[in-house]
Design a protein around this ligand. Structure first.
Ligand code: HEM
Length: 447
């Protein structure tokens, strides 16, 4: 009740830190008894203890993606996909290599695909603001469609909406079935508890939706599936991995990332001005084109994206099981953990650690990562399940979309500030992140 309703996720953990005077605590976490047999975890709630979760020699990540709760493989075509595999399982390296190769081979498609999909999105925002005479325009709803189309076009050269018009909403339904044990949808507690948090919802509810996803991925993703086959995966394993990595890992996170960035920079006209100046100068310097080199020169823009990922990481819970008896250090103490115990890192507590980020740890500081001293702090940014100064490989569990996640954040800011001098939004709490609605946009003179 504290976790979902009385306190919410963040206060739940912060109040335990205060109560026990410790940032490493043994606690119970939801879900309920019919969903998990053992709710006990060791929570890691500071920047020093959290990184033990990145070390594959110390923690086992087999089936720990959802922590105490393991979703049915019926939801993934009967296969255990990359994110559920430990590095010691041979299929992990094959599936991760397929994804790393896909992202590498499609790198030139990212900028044009993002620009076309988000330019259309912003045109719709403007049109709806005009027609509605300033009535707020729901960004999340438009973003849900634009991001899925962007991902399909970027990875496979084919927009999902052109294949099946409502594929993004089918993807959202499939996602919801897996994420609802963590979410509160705002319904009365007496309805939500038995419905969402007590027993797993039957995968049959989304059988038809998954079939439609499978049809798109097996057609559009044929080249990537060929590559997976060469690496030793069956075609079905490769296809189900593509569905999961695109829909759960990429789409699930990006549905939250962009509203999160908008929330962080909302209401700060001075920052909008600085971003517009930096972005327009870098693009002009590249002959009016948005290029990777131009994005690289945008110091403040880069810092804003990292700061949003630090303050409000889209994926907040990371788990791993102790491979052996071990000692875990916080800033102040050392704790004994036994082999087999489940470790839970609640990331916002680690990346808002005042012992690393000082008095402003809980605040959005746009230029925190600018300059040499600023960049030194990047090793404490953990959004990708690894340090921002390290890279994903087949031997670790760091997110293979690390560079793309940051790139998407930067491209979003570029798209906004090439087009607008400033804008205003209304922010409300949503089931897993923030809901953002545009209330006005002020066009750039040249736009
Ligand atoms: C802002 C966007 C993203 C965020 C916040 C994010 C976050 C994460 C996190 C926290 C994990 C570790 C999960 C765990 O083990 O508990 C992870 C793993 C993973 N992510 Fe991402 N991710 C993002 C984008 C992407 C993209 C674009 C891809 C595209 C391929 C991707 C694919 C994966 C995969 C396959 C794993 C499992 C890695 C492994 O098993 O070694 N993610 N991501």
């Amino acid at each position: 009740m504290d976790f979902y309703y009385r306190q919410g996720h963040e206060k739940y953990f912060v109040s335990r830190i205060e109560k026990y005077g410790s940032t490493v605590v043994r606690i119970n976490v939801p879900r309920g008894p019919f969903m998990v047999l053992d709710p006990r975890v060791v929570a890691l709630l500071d920047a020093k203890s959290f990184p033990v979760l990145f070390d594959p020699s110390k923690v086992e990540k087999r089936n720990t993606l959802g922590g105490t709760y393991v979703a049915s493989t019926t939801l993934t075509g009967g296969h255990r996909v990359c994110a559920y595999l430990d590095t010691s399982e041979p299929a992990h390296a094959k599936a991760k290599q397929m994804l790393l190769s896909l992202l590498h081979s499609r790198r030139d498609a990212f900028i044009p695909a993002f620009r076309s999909n988000f330019s259309s999105l912003l045109s719709v925002v403007e049109m709806q603001l005009k027609v509605g005479k300033g009535k707020p325009v729901d960004f999340n709803k438009l973003n849900d469609v634009a991001v899925y189309d962007f991902l399909g076009e970027a990875y496979f050269g084919a927009r999902p909406s052109a294949f099946t018009p409502d594929l993004a909403s089918k993807a959202g339904k499939w996602l919801l079935l897996q994420l609802c044990p963590l979410a509160t949808l705002g319904l009365p507690m007496l309805i939500e508890e038995p419905l969402l948090h007590s027993v797993p919802l039957p995968p049959a509810l989304v059988r038809g939706d998954y079939k439609a996803l499978h049809a798109y991925f097996s057609a559009a993703g044929a080249a990537a599936i060929d590559e997976g086959e060469k690496l030793g995966l069956s075609r079905e394993e490769a296809c189900n991995n593509l569905i999961f990595a695109t829909t759960f890992n990429s789409y699930g996170a990006m549905k939250l990332l962009l509203p999160g960035i908008l929330t962080c920079i909302s209401g700060d006209e001075k920052l909008h001005k600085k971003l517009a100046v930096e972005i327009r100068a870098a693009v002009a310097g590249a002959g009016g084109e948005v290029t990777l080199a131009a994005l690289e020169r945008m110091e403040l823009t880069k810092s804003v994206v990292w700061e949003a990922l630090r303050l409000d990481p889209p994926v907040k819970f990371q788990y791993g099981r102790a491979k052996a008896d071990m000692l875990i250090e916080s800033h102040d103490a050392v704790y004994e953990v036994k082999k087999g115990e489940l470790l839970l890192g609640y990331q916002p507590c680690a990346t808002r650690d005042a012992r690393v980020f000082g008095d402003t740890a809980g605040k959005f500081v746009a230029d925190r990562f600018v300059g040499e001293d600023g960049r030194k702090l990047l090793r404490y940014v953990y959004w990708s399940n690894g340090r921002e100064t390290e890279d994903p490989t087949v031997d670790n569990k760091q997110c293979p979309g690390k560079d793309l996640g940051v790139l998407v954040g930067r491209m979003f800011l570029v798209q906004l500030f090439l087009r607008y001098d400033t804008f205003t939004v209304k922010v409300t709490n949503g089931p897993l992140g923030t809901n953002v609605a545009f209330t006005s946009v002020t066009k750039a003179p040249a736009a």
